[in-house]
Write a protein of this length. Sequence first.
Length: 166
Amino acid sequence: MGTNGSTMLEPLRQGLPPIDPAAVSSSASCALPARYEAVRGARQFTKSTLCQWNLAERFDDVALVVSELVTNALRHAVPADTPREREQEPPVRLHLMHWTSRLVCAVRDPSQESPVTRESDDFSAESGRGLFLVDSFSDSWGWHPLAGTLHGKVVWALFRLPGGQV
């Protein structure tokens, strides 16, 4: 992705339908603690949300992407001195947004550093393939810095839904 906000957001803008309240179906969000067990919680939240939206058949791809985005946020974006026990405000938040023909998964984290994709083709390594998987299983992805009182960034992945499922 690019280095400025408009470049980073452009694929998301292109992939979303026009802002029409009738086209927006639902959104859901959950806070995730700074513990790796939060990845399992994110998958469970994703599964129950997709089932509520009658999108259970998309769970495998979406859950893989959610797992990678949350893992990356916990591994690379949460400061090392963040308490790993119950903190007042969890540093990572998962957002799921559903339109009639699109699903967006977005993970907010406290870092303003851009996500880094693997430079080498060593896919036998135990880690470092997360964004490659996100790119492979979603229709597009990107990130943008947060503005205003929120600090950090959002990394998102977009899934097109066949037949404009509601």
